[in-house]
Design a binder for this molecule. Structure first.
Ligand code: PHE
Length: 364
């Protein structure tokens, strides 16, 4: 036994993890050699046991301790090796920051949502592929109306191949106004929504692209007047341009779906040959820039949505988002907005994590 002890301890001293486990099984395992000695103890006479007992227990103790010590050493070495390979040099420079940026149109949509949320408006959406009824007829633009020609509409074929009549004709929405209809049909008043999104007209030059963006505003409630419209627009334009000296001018206009209708101009002043929104108007050599169309929702539009115009009134407005972005952030050509040129996006884009907030700054 003494010999076996010396030999086993020597083996343990140089064993790797697998060999160590093999030694443990061969000696202390269920059918290991030392376990077998322990099993013989029961058959020994008390005298024999007095002599052999301490030897067998000494052997078991010595081998078990040596295995545990060796195992602890091997574990520590394995941990050190792993820590060495998984070492992180915290002084190395980090990976490059994300290269993408938020497109000015997306930025302006976020700014609008933030400004109007503060006034109690929810964001509504509608499909870009619309039917004729929502885009025109329900907005008091019947089949023969000249406004249809003004819109340079892109028509698309119905996927079901049917010819379900003029009102079921499909088209790319020419404005966000059909979202007024969809909202009034699906919600009960009072309604306060804005609807930003893509719109389409067959038109292309420095300030027009076939796809562009609008934001629609709609309020339906009892006792709504032009005064509410004017205050809302003034509050919105001041918050958007982040200036208190905003001057608005409402000009009588015509839209089939509002009555009365007003186009809204914002005053600008000249600064080093550039137009700057704020102040101005007719005073101080400035001028006016048209920024949106608006009016009181036409009673026929309210009736087309199943509401009683004697009880419910409202105002609506529609505004080009791309133009809002150009006026605030200083681009003078609309076409590069949609070219996907990375140099333009790097120059005019916004950092992804800078969300506009009223407290932190709308365009911060
Ligand atoms: N839909 C109109 C346009 O595209 C804008 C508008 C919306 C005017 C709502 C009045 C009310 O020109």
């Amino acid at each position: 036994m003494e010999q076996q002890k010396a030999a086993t301890l020597a083996e343990i001293a140089t064993a790797d993890a697998a060999a160590l486990e093999a030694i443990r099984v061969a000696t202390l395992g269920k059918s290991g050699t030392i376990t077998a000695y322990l099993k013989t103890m029961g058959k020994l006479t008390p005298e024999e046991r007095q002599v052999r007992g301490p030897v067998i227990h000494g052997l078991r103790e010595a081998v078990a301790t040596a295995i545990a010590d060796r195992k602890a050493l091997l574990d520590a070495q394995a941990l050190d090796a792993r820590l060495a390979t998984e070492r992180l040099d915290l002084t190395l420079p980090v990976a490059l920051p994300p290269a993408g940026s938020v497109h000015p149109v997306a930025q302006v949509m976020d700014e609008l949502a933030e400004i109007f949320a503060d006034l109690g408006f929810a964001v509504a959406t509608g499909p870009e592929i619309e039917d004729d009824w929502h885009n025109f007829t329900a907005l008091n633009i019947p089949e023969t109306h000249p406004a249809r020609a003004m819109h340079d509409t892109f028509y698309v074929e119905r996927t079901d191949g049917s010819d379900a009549g003029a009102e079921a004709r499909m088209l790319l929405r020419t404005h966000t106004s059909p979202v007024q209809i969809r909202t009034m049909l699906s919600q009960q008043p009072p309604i306060r929504i804005i609807a930003p999104g893509r719109t389409y007209r067959s038109d292309s030059d420095a300030t027009h692209t076939p796809m562009f963006h609008q934001v629609e505003g709609l309020v339906i409630d009892r006792g709504i007047t032009m005064g509410h419209l004017k205050w809302t627009l003034e509050t919105f334009v001041k918050a958007y341009f982040e200036r208190d000296d905003i001057v608005l001018r409402m000009r009588p206009s015509y839209f089939p779906f509002t009555e009365p209708s007003a186009e809204v101009d914002v005053g600008f002043t000249w600064d080093k040959g550039k137009r700057v929104i704020g102040g101005g108007g007719d005073a101080g050599g400035g001028g006016w820039m048209e920024i949106l169309g608006s009016g009181m929702v036409h009673p026929r539009v309210i009736a087309a949505c199943g509401l009683d115009p004697a009880e419910w009134q409202g105002f609506a407005f529609g505004c080009g988002i791309d133009r809002l972005a150009m006026l605030k952030y200083g681009m003078d050509d609309l076409r590069p907005f949609f070219d996907g040129d990375l140099r333009w996006l790097r120059h005019y884009g916004f950092a992804a994590l800078d969300m506009p907030t009223l407290s932190g700054g709308i365009s911060a």
